[in-house]
Design a protein around this ligand. Structure first.
Ligand code: PLP
Length: 438
């Protein structure tokens, strides 16, 4: 068989993958117990090479935002591909400008200028670089349980031991306690826990930085961390402290952006603060590799000197991004995410009331999680239950994701144009999976 011929079975593909790709790739793919070799995908469904059909409630890690191979987005991609494919940022491309104009129009506050790259990691790198150049400070504060990607700085910003490979560069990055109330180390009220988190930030700045910081960076809902939702007052409480230390607020919307959390295009709008820098990737282009960093005119002006991303702002990537955003806007998908997310959340809470190993249900919009625990009264994380749920769901024809530092969180994130019928079908499949787990 030549390498370009399609294999007939998962077994054959797995064997060849193991021979020619880094072992780390296969390790991740085996998220459940069985590998899944994809043959094709359309809208809400995905088929494997063995002919099994799945309802996809994970969308390639919250990336397929408007359905697999969405007709309108694909048409825009193809049209641009047949017009101009690549020029690099050496030349002016109208599609890149139109995309930046659209993003600026839909993001909050005074965010105006975009820098395009190819991934969330690069978008976060760009944000850190811009904050340091603008403020003249170097220290960055991030949250424990954050995930920022796989470049060395992004791994340094990441606060999960298993995702920090090869020796991170973290001398100037400090991690404060994240507002993960479900796992508060002490039995206190939600308000007291919030006070504790805010105090931790003040103490970190006072004790482990020069007193001046370049930025505080956070995901409003930690994605890889296990859909940990920041309390309503969190960003309003920390913002004056960040400002006092001379820092900017960087909000990573790689998972949460573009309608995912319901009602608004950007999830930070739920918290009522205006970030100085925001980063996007994943759902912004429905699976096309795009990273975007947007900031104010003043911060962008501070990025002087030479910087280039060969593929950043690539015309085909931009046409795909613009078509995705326009599709989300035209079809009121933030509203759909709010509506269908509420239905999903209600069904998941109902499941929680009947299964004592579901310790928590949390999320916003179409970003909902189960936290699996040993029902011992101590919330002991149960990663085996989470793995069993992913496997059982898969057997019943539903794809969901896993996450969290302890590997015990189930992440459920259907595409934003999901119908009420598909939410019900997905929840019925979850019920069937749970029933087989006892
Ligand atoms: C919140 C967040 N930021 C950044 C990244 C990194 O994005 P990428 O994998 O495109 O580099 C991810 C990826 O999962 C993410 O979830």
């Amino acid at each position: 068989m030549t390498p370009t011929q399609l294999a007939s079975s998962t077994e054959d593909l797995l064997k060849r993958q193991k021979e020619y790709l880094f072992p780390a790739v296969s390790k991740l793919q085996l998220f459940g117990d069985e590998p899944l070799a994809v043959a094709r995908a359309k809208n809400q469904h995905l088929w494997d090479v063995d002919g099994n059909k799945y309802l996809d409630f994970f969308g390639g890690i919250l990336t397929v935002s408007v359905g697999h191979c969405n007709d309108e987005v694909t048409a825009a991609t193809i049209e641009q591909l047949q017009n101009v494919q690549h020029t690099s940022t050496l030349y002016i491309n109208e599609i890149t400008i139109k995309t930046a104009e659209k993003i600026a129009a839909l993001t909050p506050g005074r965010l105006q200028k975009c820098f395009f790259t190819n991934s969330g990691s690069e978008a976060d790198e760009t944000a850190i670089m811009a904050a340091r150049m603008y403020t003249g400070n170097t220290d960055i504060i991030a949250l424990r349980h954050a995930y920022s990607g796989r470049t060395l700085s992004a791994m340094s910003l990441t606060a999960h031991a298993p995702w920090r490979l090869g020796g991170v560069f973290d001398g100037t990055i400090k991690h404060v306690r994240n507002p993960y109330y479900y796992r508060s180390p002490v039995a206190i009220s939600e308000d007291e826990f919030l006070d504790l988190c805010v105090k931790d930030l003040e103490e970190m700045i006072a004790t482990c930085t020069s007193g001046k910081i370049a930025a505080f960076m956070a995901e409003p809902i930690q994605g890889v961390g296990g859909f940990i939702v920041a309390p309503q007052d969190y960003f309003k409480r920390i913002l004056p402290i960040v400002r006092e230390a001379g820092g900017l607020l960087i909000i990573d919307e790689v998972q949460t952006g573009w309608g995912r959390t319901g009602k608004h295009m950007c999830s930070i709008e739920h918290w009522g603060v205006d970030p100085d820098i925001m980063t996007f990737a994943k759902g912004i282009a429905n699976g096309y590799p795009v990273g975007c960093t947007i900031t104010t005119a003043e911060v962008a002006e501070a990025v002087t000197g030479l910087t280039l991303s060969t593929y950043g702002g690539n015309p085909v990537a931009m046409a795909t991004t613009l078509a995705t955003i326009e599709y989300i806007e035209k079809n009121n998908l933030p509203q759909n995410a709010e509506l269908q997310g509420a239905r999903l959340c209600q069904r998941m809470n109902d499941m929680k009331s009947r299964y004592d190993f579901i310790g928590d249900v949390r999320g916003m919009g179409l970003m909902q999680a189960f936290e699996m625990v040993v029902p011992d009264g101590n919330k002991t994380p149960d990663p085996d239950k989470a793995a069993a749920f992913v496997n059982a769901s898969r057997k019943h024809g539903l794809l969901v994701g896993k996450g969290g530092l302890y590997g015990n969180v189930i992440r459920v994130a259907p595409h934003l144009n999901v119908s009420k019928e598909d939410i019900d079908a997905g929840c019925d499949l979850m019920e069937q999976a749970l029933a087989t787990m006892g």
